[in-house]
Design a protein around this ligand. Structure first.
Ligand code: PEP
Length: 250
């Protein structure tokens, strides 16, 4: 039985004050979330504060991006070793906003996955189709291609060390959620293509759904057999909504 994981992606939101308030709220309510894992992925500049506030609690923390490089003249970039230095457990790779706004292609995302894994972090590989791609009937091909880039670089075993987040681009931040059936269909497809290469990896890997998951729709999505948790953007910025999603995960 795979443990569920609910991970918040704060994106570029918050301040020292608002993050303290948010974490105070999460810490207060997290006691009754017993079975699922919970994490928050913070803007890099706040990770140190998040570490101080979450150390010793059941909530893990992570980063939203990392460099493909180890160190050196890469102004503005953040290395895996730095993320590790702040005891992050997770790092998002290939979020659709990185792919579309910052031109990260499959090869760069795969390299980031590899670098994160080598540093002992758990990469959360974000994949998913655009609206055009869904309407053209190529959702499965797009997801398979995005996963295959990691497999080609690192081997299928590498996926057992990370997490996959299926996030249809048309559902991210739009208020349009994939229906539980639509999401389950893609999650089952992802598990099937992994099983074709390694049944053990397919069974083990957590596949999260992301895309306008909120307090009202989480329970139905999380009840699907191949949905192992959620990657939550907007709703992770409100402690009560985030906790409701965590409780829905069980
Ligand atoms: C995300 O950013 O990964 C995400 C799923 O955002 P939202 O929940 O706001 O759609």
């Amino acid at each position: 039985m795979r443990q569920k994981l609910v991970a918040g992606n704060w994106k570029m939101n918050g301040s020292r004050a608002s993050i303290k308030e948010l974490l105070d709220g999460i810490k207060k309510g997290i006691g009754d979330v017993v079975n699922s894992e919970v994490a928050v992925c913070a803007p890099a500049i706040y990770i140190g504060e998040v570490e101080s506030q979450l150390s010793g609690t059941p909530v893990a923390w992570g980063a939203q991006n990392l460099s493909t490089e180890a160190s050196g003249a890469f102004t503005g970039e953040i290395a895996a070793s730095m993320i590790n230095d702040f005891n992050c457990k997770y790092v998002l790779v290939g979020h659709s906003e990185r792919r579309t706004l910052y031109g990260e292609g499959d090869a760069v995302v795969a390299k980031k996955y590899a670098v994160a894994r080598a540093a002992g972090l758990k990469p959360v590989l974000c994949i998913g189709e655009t609206l055009d791609e869904r309407e053209s009937g190529v959702t499965e091909q797009v997801c398979a291609r995005q996963i295959q880039a990691v497999i080609e670089l690192e081997g299928v075993d590498a996926l057992a060390d990370g997490v996959i987040a299926y996030e249809p681009v048309w559902a991210i931040g739009t208020g349009k959620t994939a229906s539980p059936e639509q999401a389950q269909e893609v999650h089952a497809f992802i598990r099937r293509i992994l099983a074709d290469q390694d049944a053990g990896v397919a069974e083990k890997v957590q596949i999260l759904y992301g895309g306008s998951m909120n307090a009202a729709n989480a329970a139905e999505l999380l009840a699907q057999p191949d949905i192992d948790g959620g990657l939550i953007g907007g709703a992770s910025l409100k402690a009560e909504d985030f906790l409701t999603i965590c409780r829905a995960a069980g």
